[in-house]
Design a protein around this ligand. Structure first.
Ligand SMILES: *[C@@H]1O[C@H](CO)[C@@H](O)[C@H](O)[C@H]1NC(C)=O
Ligand SMILES: *[C@@H]1O[C@H](CO)[C@@H](O)[C@H](O)[C@H]1NC(C)=O
Ligand SMILES: *[C@@H]1O[C@H](CO)[C@@H](O)[C@H](O)[C@H]1NC(C)=O
Ligand SMILES: *[C@@H]1O[C@H](CO)[C@@H](O)[C@H](O)[C@H]1NC(C)=O
Ligand SMILES: *[C@@H]1O[C@H](CO)[C@@H](O)[C@H](O)[C@H]1NC(C)=O
Ligand SMILES: *[C@@H]1O[C@H](CO)[C@@H](O)[C@H](O)[C@H]1NC(C)=O
Ligand SMILES: *[C@@H]1O[C@H](CO)[C@@H](O)[C@H](O)[C@H]1NC(C)=O
Ligand SMILES: *[C@@H]1O[C@H](CO)[C@@H](O)[C@H](O)[C@H]1NC(C)=O
Length: 406
């Protein structure tokens, strides 16, 4: 009986305490009257940073400790008090922590942050003070090392990208050939590796350059969070031995033999013409990007051998070719405007030969006549030859000769 009444009492007390608890909560939840003078935050009102930089904002708080009791929340919000970006809970166990607001990098732009306290049952105090952050573009570019390379020899390019507060970067390489063609090499499709060294990410790029890669622009692109991109471009220097180009040739121009030799190499490969015995000749050379153009001129009459040699060399090697001589009729025989001039030596030669034949036959005839007194065949031959020569004008003569050599 006594025991029963005791348990009923306990039950009643429990119900009462539950009721009291809920009613007290409802009391707390009604908005407290807060005095702005009791709250203050001391911090800078603006700061600047570069994209991706860590931002630390130290601050001191003043608030009524009797009203704001643990557990309470220290909250940073961005622009709008509903947009919380950093929440720190202070409870009895873990009291005051360091008062520093940390931002792990922001992209370029202008930002505004505010601070509020939350405690008890939905109690909030929003500090009127605001923090403005001006974020400028990232100026730290990756560092790319590219030493002069030699054609066909393995080389390595390195790119060190800064590690930003906002996180690691993803690096890729971009090639822009001298002709403007661009390709992107991602880590997964090219042989390059990453590792960290003193806070920087290092990407190595292995390649075996070709002569063609000279003057290629290679760009190391580092991409960070929030689309922060930074890059550095270097221009490759690839050394290669001389190579004589196809445009090299010799032509006979009037009384001159003109030979052109074009060679490409890096460093520039000077051209020499080994004609030690000649005294009368001239050489004109010009050069542009990695190409040397040398023109050698000599009197065609001095040209005795059937070959003209051109030699080009630089520190990496030597190239030499025997330049073929374009047939003189090939060049001028087909070109109408230059026909007459060009063929004058031919005509002279032909009429000289004909005269020679005539003279010879005259001598022979005279000799035969003198010896055998056989007149008739010789006289006819003589007249015919003369007739054809007399009739033939220089131009007409040419028309009969020109097509023959082809
Ligand atoms: C916070 O208070 C400390 C000591 O009272 C002071 O040295 C510091 O400058 C204050 N910091 C700010 C951001 O006001
Ligand atoms: C407490 O806050 C929550 C969420 O913000 C809201 O839904 C609720 O109505 C608030 N209660 C009181 C009593 O203000
Ligand atoms: C950067 O981006 C990665 C992947 O998107 C994410 O996991 C990481 O948390 C981000 N870092 C920061 C500091 O925002
Ligand atoms: C390579 O880079 C240089 C300087 O950065 C620039 O002047 C040149 O136009 C670039 N060439 C190509 C093909 O993009
Ligand atoms: C020269 O021409 C030949 C045939 O026309 C070609 O096979 C060769 O590759 C050319 N060489 C160069 C250096 O252009
Ligand atoms: C080489 O030089 C000659 C004479 O200076 C010029 O006519 C020719 O076009 C040049 N050739 C090249 C490929 O530069
Ligand atoms: C002609 O060729 C011979 C042997 O190939 C050489 O010894 C001589 O010097 C050459 N003459 C000229 C004028 O180049
Ligand atoms: C020049 O022409 C002659 C006869 O037409 C020919 O036999 C010779 O092969 C030609 N030479 C060259 C280098 O074209």
């Amino acid at each position: 009986m006594f025991l029963q009444s005791h348990s009923i009492m306990t039950l009643l007390l429990l119900i009462l305490s539950l009721f009291l608890k809920s009613s007290s909560c409802q009391l707390q939840c009604s908005k407290e009257i807060l005095d702005d003078k009791e709250f203050s935050i001391s911090m800078t009102d603006h700061t600047t940073a570069e994209s991706g930089d860590c931002i630390w904002i130290p601050f001191n708080l003043t608030f009524p400790k009797n009203k704001v009791t643990p557990p309470y929340k220290k909250i940073w919000f961005k622009e709008d008090p509903q947009t919380n970006v950093d929440i720190q809970v202070v409870d009895n166990m873990k009291l005051e922590s360091k008062n520093t607001f940390r931002i792990n990098g922001l992209p370029r732009g202008e930002y505004e942050y505010g601070f509020k306290l939350e405690w008890g049952c939905n109690q909030t105090y929003i500090f009127p003070k605001r923090l403005r952050i001006y974020v400028s573009e990232l100026t730290r570019k990756p560092i790319v090392r590219a030493y002069p390379m030699k054609e066909g020899q393995a080389a390595t390019l390195t790119c060190r990208a800064y590690r930003l507060c906002s996180g690691r970067s993803k690096v890729h390489w971009k090639w822009t050939k001298a002709d403007g063609q661009s390709t992107v090499q991602h880590d997964y499709d090219y042989d390059f590796h990453f590792h960290f060294q003193r806070g920087r990410e290092i990407s190595r790029f292995h390649l075996t350059p070709k002569a063609d890669d000279h003057n290629t622009n290679i760009t190391c692109v580092a991409e960070y969070n929030y689309s922060i991109v930074t890059e550095r471009t270097v221009t490759l220097t690839v050394e290669f031995p001389p190579q004589i180009l196809n445009g090299s040739q010799c032509v006979v121009e009037g009384k001159l033999l003109v030979c052109v030799c074009i060679s490409r190499g890096n460093p520039l490969p000077p051209i020499t013409w080994p004609f030690a015995s000649l005294t009368e000749y001239s050489v004109i050379s010009s050069s542009s990007i990695q190409t040397v153009n040398s023109t050698f001129t000599m009197p065609a009459a001095d040209y005795l051998n059937s070959t003209v040699k051109c030699i080009s060399s630089n520190g990496l090697g030597q190239a030499e070719i025997v330049i073929p001589i374009q047939n003189y009729t090939e060049k001028y025989g087909l070109d109408g405007s230059q026909r007459f001039d060009a063929n004058l030596p031919w005509i002279t030669a032909v009429s000289f030969s004909l005269n020679l034949i005539l003279l010879t036959s005259l001598i022979i005839c005279a000799y035969k006549r003198y010896k055998n007194m056989q007149k008739v065949p010789c006289d006819r031959e003589e007249n015919n030859t003369y007739a054809s020569l007399k009739k033939a004008d220089v131009q007409e003569e040419y028309t009969t000769i020109s097509p023959k050599p082809k």
